[in-house]
Design a protein around this ligand. Sequence first.
Ligand code: HEC
Length: 148
Amino acid sequence: MRSFLLIVSLSIFLTACPRIRKGESRVNAEPVATNGWPAGYQAWSKIHPSTLVPGPDETKQVARELYVQATPDAGVGTVLVKELYAFADGAKGPLQSVAVMRRTGGVDNNGWEFMAFDPNTKQKQPEAQCVGCHSIQEDNDYLFSSLR
Ligand code: HEC
């Protein structure tokens, strides 16, 4: 009797379980973007990043690419993505970091949120003084580059 009850309750449990439908896969080819990774940014408009201060130290130089998805007035919803590539002997090396400015409309920094990602894991990198540096451009909406 006991084992009968066990089988009945087990089969109820199993039927109630969500099933994976045919052709549906639970395995994602890419890490899931849940933490602010700007998915698909390479299809956005590409603009030339203006370089204000070329690094005096060769090893600290980077090659940059800048991608933008902007509302007409660069308002809430605008996202800027700066890729930083290693740069040595005049040549672009591997992609090292993906820096993101996202206008979320918060009270600080004209509503810009700053974050950086490891391009391989798509995980957040420790934010290295983003605002400290960009605030020297406070009069220009915290931007170094022109979005137009
Ligand atoms: C030492 C100063 C400095 C720091 C720190 C810094 N940035 Fe920047 N950032 C710049 C400069 C200069 C530019 C202009 C483009 C260039 O020269 O690379 C720029 C450009 C950008 C852009 C393109 C829009 C624009 O303003 O031109 C984004 C997005 C960006 N940075 C995000 C970040 C994030 C996110 C962080 C923190 C993880 C960060 N930055 C930290 C100096 C800095």
